[in-house]
Design a protein around this ligand. Sequence first.
Ligand code: SF4
Length: 305
Amino acid sequence: MPDLSCWNDLPVRREKVPEVVVASSAGFCFGVKRAIEIAEKTALSGNEVVVLGDIVHNQDVVRRIQQSGIRKIARLGKGDGKIFLVRAHGCSQELLEKAMARGYKIVDATCPMVKHIHHLARKSEKEGRALVVIGDQNHDEVRGILGQVRKKALVLQSDKPVPWQTLERLGPVAVVVQSTEDLDRVEKLGGKLQQRLKDVKFYNTICQPTRKKQEEIRSLPLRHDVVIIIGSKTSANTRRLYEIARVLNPRTYWVQSAREVKPDWLGQARSIAVTAGASTPDEVTAAVVRRLKTIGSVKKGIKEE
Ligand code: SF4
């Protein structure tokens, strides 16, 4: 029988916990950061400040904004000198005019990238072109873009068949794109529109932060065993990240907070990629990363040092 007593002195073998990699583009884009800064500064002005709907699609941010004193309203009441804060998604010309007519002062936190799309929409109308928007017709950003022109505009969904007959009847058109659309789908659709329509100006207005996020999410799921996407279920850009990643890696999960991360998801994972939508605060991402690391350590039975 060999003497095994010396084994008690050996150090505990430490297995590797899964590596957690956070995408460099995860979290707030500059447009959301800017809108929050404007909101918090406006809240300090001493005036009553209202915002129509949620300032961005994230409940943590919405709570923070409400705690700063800004009130969310469902419709415009009497302005009486109150401040009407325009969200990062922007709004229609009609809503702005109505707010001013009712006596609101306007503070505009519309993202400059969205403002640029508004500018292109109005310019195109002046040039005699019908406006076509690629995006989700129920999204506030798209409603705001449509609300820049007087004539009726057409919305195309990048994942649905193109209504060619309707499009061809429009004559000269200008096409703009919701800032958070899927880049691949839009490029393909843009190519088809340019080939088939006689007179079309195509402006691919997907913003730079969205492009960067999508570029990263096209490679991360291939290099990691599990992908975690963090963001609100109402956030269009988070949904897009999830849809892209899920096709590339079926072990992709979408959570809104650390509490929703399930230990089962990490079985045998050696590496986990994490990214977050444009309206997800860094604190939420950090909490998810902590939970992933804790679950990873427990699963491997590793003692904390
Ligand atoms: S996603 Fe793009 S367009 Fe939208 S707020 Fe952020 S930077 Fe602006």
